[in-house]
Ligand binder design. Sequence first.
Ligand code: PAF
Length: 273
Amino acid sequence: MIIARSVDELRAVLDAQPGTVGFVPTMGALHIGHRSLIEAARKENDCVVVSIFVNPTQFLPGEDLSKYPRREEADFKICELSGVDVLFYPDVRAMYGEDEVRVTAPDVRGYILEGASRPGHFDGVLTVVMKLLNMVRPARVYFGKKDAQQLALITQMCKNFFMNVAIVPMETVREKDGLALSSRNIYLNPAERQEALKLSAALKKATEMVMRGALEAESIHVEMIRILEPLEVEYVAIVNREFESIAEVMIGNTIILVAARVGTTRLIDNVWM
Ligand code: PAF
């Protein structure tokens, strides 16, 4: 595995590489969810590039960037064992200069749900993903469906800017008991981890309701809130793939999302139907 720390190093490696490139952008603290993205990229491309960059511009003032989990040694091992060809591991200076042009998230879709809790967060995500895609120039880029709104906004950015890359959405990977894998799960103590199961339980209930034909969004919402109690729920939302609220679930065009705090840890989860 080659480790590139600058854009020049990355370019030198990729320019000498004739086949297709599959790309998995990450902020590190890699888990099995990331490995499933890397495995898919491995199967579908000649060369796999993973980036690890804790992007400061997607953290809001007051969100502690320095507390974001950093696991350099373990992450490098995971990449190596997963058959990654190139690990792009830049520092902030390799990624950002002074007084730069930024990408801004759309006014509505960028400021609801996650964007309402974290206004400006998606500007940072879109800006860094634009930079990374231009640096790596992959044929395919892999994102988890767990960050559904991020995935939708990146897809929209690539469409709006006529970017030539295929976006591959990947299923959320879960623990046996249903907990969606997340780099933030390490903050949960055993009691909190148990409480965190309420998110996947609420989504399971929503899925069961839809399967038996109870499609009304309001009833699903009420049931989910009941299951989530006493967690501090930030939102339960039932939207179409365009992230517009819908009154009734449409099979093939619905995402049900939840965000809640478990102790001090903010968790998100969703189900696509
Ligand atoms: O999902 C993430 O890990 C990050 O938001 C991403 C897409 C790597 C951009 O920093």
